[in-house]
Design a protein around this ligand. Structure first.
Ligand code: UDP
Length: 362
């Protein structure tokens, strides 16, 4: 089959590093990069480090409001889909690129395969919730990373086109964990190399909910600055100015701000950290795989399976709440593996292949 895959943001590059390899064993893949993330350390580095194939198209669309970005993508993706006539469109996760691709494909009657379907926070105030809910309902096949995500799809009457396959991010973690990290590439915002201490906390924080004003981020950083070990904070371009300014103005000397790093460096930083503090969906799962305790700074649970035995705790962007949850210890049940067996990409491709045969596409 000819499968057209649309990616555009950091976590999608990581998923595509695994997904493309599995798809290309059997099918011709056309890779489209929307350009949603474009900085070299948010995009190029992943293609190089993880061996992701060069995109066939790069749309260079980023910035603007959600509507501006999504509508520009919709127009350009439709042209490519009309020209390429794929047998299916493959999308990952819940970004504007995901939604734009799903809308364009569904209006053209092209089947959609959605990887990492079914996650729900239970609120449409979160922009990604809108993207994933719409995409799930437009998709021909939904691949859920966990049983709870699969159950959400069942509740929304999508059982007949949904599959629990495990988390492709777990596949990525397993596959890339054994590759050596290049810590020389870790630099601060003056371009200087950052030496990673033996004991540190690893943090990312960039969601709209935590970075729309100074207050929540200042609370989080103030809590981190008061702890025993330094914090390595990988700063997303979205809130770079704010993060740098808050640390400087408040003299938060225990916060080491670094530019975004490659995936292999990120998972090594995770594995060796004392604890993780994040508002990232992907990083909280990686903390879980690495058995490193995590504090997740948001009002809503994203990955319920991680919220057991203090392994991942929901915290408010509030210094006292963060510090009180920081003191708790986690318990690890080695038998508990809710994210599959690290072979979800193979399972997804098997299901797509079966569908292709049944529908006379291959
Ligand atoms: N990540 C990375 N470099 C960094 C920070 C994070 O490669 O400097 C990885 C992290 O390990 C995880 C993914 O990026 O796999 C998470 O992406 P992001 O937080 O942008 O998106 P989300 O997970 O919230 O969808």
């Amino acid at each position: 089959m000819k499968i057209l895959t649309v990616i555009g943001a950091r976590p999608q590059f990581i998923k595509a590093a695994i997904g493309s390899r599995a798809i290309r064993k059997y099918h011709k893949e056309i890779l489209v990069h929307t350009g949603q993330h474009f900085d070299s350390n948010m995009s190029d580095i992943f293609f190089k480090e993880m061996g992701i194939p060069e995109p066939d198209y790069n749309l260079g669309i980023s910035g603007g409001s959600h509507a501006e970005m999504t509508s520009k993508m919709l127009i350009e993706l439709e042209k490519i889909m009309v020209y390429e006539k794929p047998d299916g469109v493959l999308v990952y996760g819940d970004t504007n690129s995901t939604l734009a691709a799903a809308l364009a494909a569904s209006k053209l009657g092209i089947p959609i395969f959605h990887i990492e379907a079914g996650n729900r926070l239970g609120t449409l105030s979160n922009p990604e919730e809108i993207n994933r809910t719409c995409t799930d309902h437009l998709s021909t096949m939904n691949f859920a990373a966990t049983e709870s995500a699969y159950n959400n799809l069942v509740k929304e009457n999508l059982a007949n086109r949904s599959y629990f396959v495990g988390n492709i991010m777990y596949d990525a973690f397993m596959y890339f964990s054994s590759k050596p990290a290049n810590y020389d590439s870790i630099i601060d915002f003056d371009g200087n190399k950052v030496t990673i201490p033996d004991k540190y906390y690893y943090m990312t924080c960039h969601r709209q909910e935590n970075t729309f004003s100074d207050e929540p981020l200042t609370e989080i950083l103030s809590a981190m600055n008061s702890l025993e070990y330094p914090t390595i904070y990988s700063v997303h371009p979205r809130n770079r100015e704010r993060a740098l300014r808050i640390c400087k103005d408040n003299n938060f000397t225990k916060i080491k701000l670094i530019q975004p790093v490659g995936y292999i460096e990120s998972i090594h930083l995770t594995k060796n950290a004392q604890k993780i503090v994040t508002d990232s969906g992907g990083l909280q799962c990686e903390a879980f795989y690495a058995k490193v305790q995590c504090l997740f700074v948001l009002d809503f649970v994203v990955w319920p399976e991680t919220m057991v035995d203090n392994r991942n705790q929901l915290v408010k962007p509030n210094k006292n709440d963060i510090l009180s949850k920081f003191s708790k210890t986690q318990i690890i049940d080695e038998e508990y593996q809710p994210f599959g067996d690290g072979n979800s990409a193979e399972k997804i491709v098997d299901i797509i292949n079966k569908w292709g045969v049944e529908n006379g596409k291959c």
